[in-house]
Each structure stands twice: as structure tokens, then as C-alpha cells.
Unconditional design. Structure first.
Lengths: 330, 403
């Protein structure tokens, strides 16, 4: 009992603190294993990639907090990146129309997912898989199955640009992370959101508009994926039909590393940002160590598994409440 | 407390397992995404390599040498391969959703369209192996006479063998299906990847005057194409002790043929090595990402090898003005080989001789050092490949699946 109490007392910040400890350890290890990857310039070079994962990861965190999993991430990012380049076709003046189109499609996509999950009780994975397929079909339709287009100069300039030596993509992500974190933690709407995620039944009994909150979550998440796609278009310059592909697993991994529970309720978008930084820096370190690609993938997998395992295993084993059969249903 | 909450609070090793699987696959997630059809070969080339200079003039291009054929990017006015017997040609692309695929469709379809007796149907699998297998089986079921296929959605060998056994002429190209030409299918048409590596490495030695540090970013992790190119690179750099291949002689830095991944990998390499004098890339979109990584790191561009694309050609002049040391060499993106695949498939159905080689050592297409100025058609899109020598109208008309 005493041991359990002590263990609990050294992790007061909850599961989301662990990712920052892991990231700090990773950076210290970077200094030893691949010093070149831990310099200020190196980190600034890698941060935009982490920021894009984190930005989409905010949306994924919110959906996971509502006990969902959003598979539209990749296709929404792709369609947003394609519309952001295809509609302007190189003309800055048309960018607002493109952004409007992206926002419109994001809202529609989020509404369909949200309504399917709430009103029709379709499993989130199935609902968002379907909506994702629709978005992919739309992307193919828009591109005619071919030919990518370069981002308009203003979008390219912003997405690839820096402000006071900090990449704009990183600044946008930090602002969004802060904004969402404040809304979730400090506002009434945010508390409702957490309550609904923790227990929809209890929230419903308390008179909260459960379905509306859950639908709004999918819409906000979709808008964040759309923003990610637009920034990605600016960052890479000529986004293709597979631009968003890497983001589904990356966002889920960042969310899980950040300690957000897949069972819903508790979660932290700030920790998701940490998870994204951890993932990206880890990739840089194993590449920087000069490990062969095959070993890199295995090494990354093992380190992340260890990181997750260390976060989950000892604390819970040592907690007295967890002893006995954990699956007893009251 | 619900079962779910109780379980969540307790230690649940079984619940951790799927999460670990998810995370591990997230790490390899980019590797699991499909490569562009451009270079998604998954097995060492089984096709015989034809020496360009030694190959015999072909029946369908009577009077022209292989050198001339390559110089014309496979475009001929010849229709002797068409025969007269009505036939149905199935065209399948494992991808079919990018500019490279559009150029590939355009080559195969415009070539087949020369023959009024050929009915053609073109399908795209969008990198779904199930879809590509269904496309192949559907051609067989509908009694098509021939299939011209880029088998890069996954392992299609068994389906190709079945189609071949069912009596169809089967000509895979641009992505090695494994198996044996003549036994499992008729011909496998492609470029010689080892030779491409040699060509790039030779040029790099020249561009660096024999001294410097070079990195090789080789596309899809573990791909046969990247390894075959690395063999070619090693054979050249082995003779030039002044060139150091920083990324090693046994493996390459993977980019998964994705621009953003290439940009990220190059960013890490630039952080790691203060002195990089040359970059060998085997895919044009990777090269675009590599260039952006140099720009983001405020490092001057260095000599670069890759495949041709309109974007690189159009950007070259501006980049060169800002980066005096920047030079570029490209090999054709080679979609035009689809013309040869189409000619072989049609001629085989018609019972006509078709003696064009299956494998091609492709020469340099653009060389900023050597009088082959990078080419740009500002009227066309960034991922148009001018080395295919096809008009914008024909590309628009044929560069897609059948309606």
C-alpha cells in the first residue's frame, strides 16, 4: 500500500506527462547516439514534420476522447492539399475560395461521420472508413486521377516560410494546440466535451447535449485535418494524391504515445504534440545513427513499444487496486 | 463501474498488445504505403538485359536501331505489329492515380489506338491488390486476347500465370512481377536499373571532379530497384576513391517515393553531415523534396541526379541562379516503354514477329553540365514527363482509364 501510494505520488501530472519525460530522455540519448540530430538547427528542421502530425493529431485526440477513431485523417488531408493547389491553380487571388471549399468539405465530412456515429449508432471505425473512402473518391475525381499542381506562391511562401527563424507550420500548430487545450480545459463547453467522452450515459443523464457535442467533435477534427492538408500543400509545394497517406497511423501513434486513453474521456492535445515530436525525433535519431533501413524500422518499433510499456506496466502492477481480477464487472 | 472502465484501470496486458502492434506498424507505416508505379519493382529483374548497341533492329521498327528507338522515346509511325485480326487488349495499372500513371496509360493506349482492329479497356487498381487481381481475372473471364500490365499493386504473379495458361498474351512492364518471361508470361519490358545507377554515378564523378561526399536516397525501403541501382553506383564509385558514399554501400536511405518523406530524410542527412557534395535520387518527386530540404536548411544546392520531370526542368534555371554549384542530370521517366509493351502484346496475338528488346539501358535525358539543357514546358503540369515525347492533347486523351 505504501509503495502504491508513493508510486502514485511521483506521477501527479497523469499519463500525459510521461511523453515529455520520454521525449526528454530521447533528446538526451540523441546527444550521445547521433549528436547531429540534437542541434537547434536540426530540431528546427525536423519540427515542421512533427507539427503537421500534431496538428492532425489534435483532431484525432478529440475524436479518441469521444471513444472514436477517425480514419478520415489521411483522405481529408489529401483532398484538402489537392483542393488548396488545384482551385487556385497558381493564382493567389483564388486561395480564399480554395480555403472555403476545404472548410466546406471538412464540415460536411465531419457531419456525416458524426451523424453516422451518433444517430445511426454506427461504429466510429466503420463510419469514418466509409467517409474516408468517399473523400478518396472525391480526390480522384478532382485530380482526374492524375497530374498534381504547384501551390500558389502565397501558400507556398507561407507553408515553407519562417517567422523569426521558426517555421510557420510550427507556429500555426502551437497556436492551435494552445487554443484547443484552453477550450477543453477552461471553458464550459470543454468540460461538457470531457464529460461526454468519459461517460455518454452519465452526461446524458446530466442533461448535456451528448449527440451534438459528439457530432461537433467530428466536425472540428475534420476542420483540423483540412488545415493540416492546406499547410502540407504549402510545405511540400506540389502535393500528390497520396500526400495524406502517412498521417493515419502517425496521428494514432502520437495520440496513444501522448497518453490519451482509447477508452475515451481523458486526453491531452498538448501531450499529442509531444507524441508527434517523439515519433519524428526518433525517426531522425535512428537514421542519424546510420542504422540500415530494416533495422531502423525494428528499432523504432521496439523503442516506442518500450516507451508505451514503461508508461503503462509498472504503475498499474504496483497499484493495489489493480490486484485481483481486473475484469470483474460490478 | 462498467467492465470497460474497470478493465481500463487495471493492468491489461492483452489490451496493450493491439496498441503495440499499431505503434510498430505506425513506424513502418510509411514503408507500407504504396510506392508510385514508377519504380515499385519488388523482385530482381528476371528479364535479359539487351545491350543497346548489340540489339538487332526489330521487325516493328524496321530500319531503326535501338538507339534511335530510345532517342524517339519509342514513338514510331510503324503499324506492322497491328495485324488485321480483331482483338481485345486489357490494360491494367496497379496504381493509376498519379501523373506517372497518366503518362503510362497514354503510351500504351495511344500505341494500341494505331490499330483499328484492337479494342482496348484500361483499368486502375489505385494500389489495391484485390482490385488489380480482379481486373486481371475479369480480362480472362471476358476472353480478352492480351493484357499489358504494370503489376505494382502487390503480388500478381499467380494471376498472371493463370491468365497466361488460359491462353492470353501477358506483358508486364515497369514493375517486375517475379517469375520467368516465356514461362509465366510472355515478356517483361523495363529499363535496366543497375545501368541507371552507373549512369548517375558516372555523371556524379564528373560533376565533382572525382572528389566529394555523396548520399543516395533510394525510394521504397528494401526495394529491388534501389538495391540494383546501388550495385551500379558501387561499381562506379569503387573505381573512384575520392568519392565517398556517406549512406553506405550496402543500403540506401529510404524515401518511400514520397516527396514529404524524402524532404524529411534529406533534412536529417543535412543535419548529420556538414559536407554533402552530391545527391543521387532515383525519383523526380523525391528530388523536389530534397531540393526543399536544402532550401529549408539554408544550404546551397549541390549536383543532383534523378528522373526527368517538368517541374525540375522548369525550376532549374531559377535554382541555378541562386546556387552556383547546382547541376542536374536526369534519365527518362520511361513511361514510353509502354509503347513497346503494347507492340509486343498485339504482335504476339496476331502471330507476328516482334523482336524489340525487353530491357533498355536508358541514356541521359537532361544534363546541365553537358549540353542537354533541362527542359521545361510551362504550359504543362509539374508532373508531366517530357522525355515521353507525347503531345499534351494525346496525354489528355489517352492518359486515363477507359470511360
Amino acid at each position: 500500500m505504501a509503495l502504491g501510494a508513493r508510486v502514485r505520488s511521483i506521477r501527479p501530472a497523469g499519463p500525459s506527462a510521461a511523453v515529455w519525460v520520454a521525449t526528454a530522455v530521447l533528446f538526451v540519448a540523441s546527444l550521445v547516439l547521433a549528436p547531429s540530430t540534437a542541434s537547434v538547427n536540426a530540431v528546427l528542421g525536423i519540427l515542421p514534420f512533427a507539427a503537421l502530425i500534431a496538428l492532425a493529431g489534435i483532431g484525432q485526440t478529440l475524436v479518441v476522447q469521444q471513444r472514436g477513431l477517425d480514419l478520415t485523417v489521411a483522405s481529408m488531408i489529401t483532398i484538402a492539399a489537392i483542393l488548396a493547389t488545384k482551385i487556385p491553380n497558381g493564382h493567389d487571388a483564388l486561395l480564399p475560395i480554395a480555403f472555403g471549399a476545404v472548410a466546406g468539405i471538412a464540415v460536411i465530412s465531419g457531419l456525416i461521420s458524426g451523424i453516422a456515429v451518433t444517430r445511426f449508432a454506427i461504429t466510429p471505425v466503420v463510419a469514418t472508413l466509409g467517409v474516408g473512402a468517399l473523400l478518396t473518391g472525391l480526390a480522384l475525381q478532382v485530380t482526374g486521377g492524375a497530374i498534381s499542381i504547384a501551390a500558389a506562391p502565397a501558400l507556398d511562401g507561407f507553408g515553407f516560410g519562417k517567422t523569426f527563424a521558426i517555421p510557420n507550420v510550427v507556429i500555426v500548430t502551437m497556436v492551435m494546440v494552445a487554443a484547443v487545450a484552453v477550450v477543453v480545459r477552461r471553458t464550459v463547453a470543454g468540460r461538457w466535451f470531457v464529460a461526454v467522452g468519459a461517460s455518454p450515459a452519465a452526461a446524458h443523464a446530466a442533461g448535456l447535449p451528448v449527440n451534438r457535442i459528439r457530432i461537433a467533435t467530428y466536425v472540428v477534427a475534420s476542420l483540423l485535418y483540412g488545415l493540416t492538408g492546406v499547410l502540407l500543400a504549402g510545405f511540400v509545394g506540389t502535393p500528390g494524391i497520396s500526400s495524406g497517406d502517412g498521417y493515419l497511423l502517425a496521428t494514432v501513434a502520437a495520440v496513444v504515445l501522448g497518453g490519451t486513453s482509447l477508452a475515451g474521456g481523458q486526453g491531452s492535445v498538448v501531450a499529442t504534440f509531444g507524441g508527434a515530436i517523439f515519433l519524428t525525433q526518433l525517426g531522425a535519431v535512428v537514421l542519424g545513427m546510420g542504422a540500415p533501413p530494416s533495422a531502423q524500422l525494428v528499432l523504432q518499433g521496439v523503442i516506442i513499444a518500450l516507451g508505451m510499456g514503461l508508461r503503462n506496466v509498472p504503475w498499474r502492477l504496483l497499484r493495489p487496486a489493480a490486484r485481483g481480477s481486473p475484469l470483474i464487472t460490478p | 463501474m462498467t467492465r470497460f472502465e474497470q478493465g481500463h484501470r487495471g493492468w491489461r496486458p492483452a489490451a496493450l498488445l493491439p496498441a503495440l502492434v499499431l505503434i510498430v506498424s505506425a513506424c513502418s507505416g510509411t514503408a507500407a504505403t504504396q510506392a508510385p508505379s514508377e519504380a515499385a519493382s519488388t523482385a530482381p529483374s528476371a528479364a535479359p538485359s539487351a545491350e543497346a548497341s548489340a540489339a538487332a533492329p526489330s521487325a516493328s521498327t524496321a530500319g531503326s536501331t535501338v538507339d534511335e528507338l530510345i532517342a524517339a522515346s519509342g514513338v514510331t509511325s510503324d503499324t506492322s505489329f497491328c495485324g488485321s485480326k480483331p482483338m481485345k487488349l486489357g490494360i491494367s495499372d496497379g496504381g493509376g492515380i498519379n501523373g506517372w500513371s497518366a503518362a503510362s496509360y497514354a503510351a500504351v493506349r495511344s500505341e494500341a489506338a494505331k490499330c483499328s482492329n484492337v479494342t482496348q479497356v484500361a483499368t486502375a487498381a489505385s494500389f489495391s491488390i484485390e482490385k488489380q487481381l480482379a481486373d486481371i481475372n475479369s480480362f480472362v473471364a471476358q476472353k480478352f486476347d492480351a493484357i499489358v500490365i504494370i503489376p505494382d499493386a502487390g503480388d500478381t504473379l499467380a494471376a498472371l500465370q493463370a491468365a497466361h495458361t488460359a491462353g492470353l498474351v501477358v506483358v508486364p512492364w515497369a514493375s517486375d512481377p517475379g517469375g520467368k518471361p516465356g514461362t509465366d508470361y510472355n515478356n517483361y519490358v523495363d529499363w535496366d536499373t543497375t545501368d541507371a545507377g552507373k549512369t548517375w554515378a558516372d555523371w556524379m564523378v564528373k560533376a565533382l571532379n572525382g572528389t566529394g561526399n555523396v548520399v543516395f536516397l533510394g525510394g521504397f525501403a528494401g526495394s529491388a530497384v534501389g538495391h540494383q541501382e546501388l550495385d551500379g553506383i558501387n561499381s562506379v564509385f569503387g573505381q573512384n576513391s575520392g568519392i565517398k558514399l556517406l549512406t553506405g554501400t550496402t543500403d540506401f536511405v529510404p524515401t518511400n517515393w514520397d516527396q514529404a518523406t524524402a524532404q524529411q530524410a534529406m533534412t536529417t542527412l543535412l543535419n548529420q553531415y556538414p559536407q554533402i557534395d552530391g545527391v543521387i535520387s532515383n525519383y523526380d518527386a523525391d528530388a523536389v523534396g530534397i531540393i526543399r530540404a536544402f532550401q529549408a536548411a539554408n544550404r546551397p544546392l549541390v549536383p543532383l541526379t534523378t528522373l526527368d520531370s517538368n517541374k525540375l526542368g522548369c525550376d532549374f534555371a531559377g535554382l541555378k541562379a541562386a546556387n552556383p554549384k547546382f547541376e542536374m542530370v536526369t534519365i527518362s521517366s520511361r513511361n514510353w516503354l509502354g509503347r513497346i509493351a503494347a507492340r509486343k502484346a498485339i504482335a504476339a496475338v496476331q502471330g507476328l514477329p516482334e523482336t524489340e528488346p525487353d530491357s533498355y539501358k536508358l541514356p541521359i535525358f537532361e544534363d546541365s553540365l553537358g549540353g542537354l539543357a533541362p527542359q521545361c514546358d510551362s504550359a504543362q503540369g509539374p508532373d508531366v514527363f517530357l522525355s515521353n515525347k507525347i503531345s499534351a492533347d494525346d496525354l489528355a486523351k489517352w492518359g486515363k482509364v477507359t470511360d
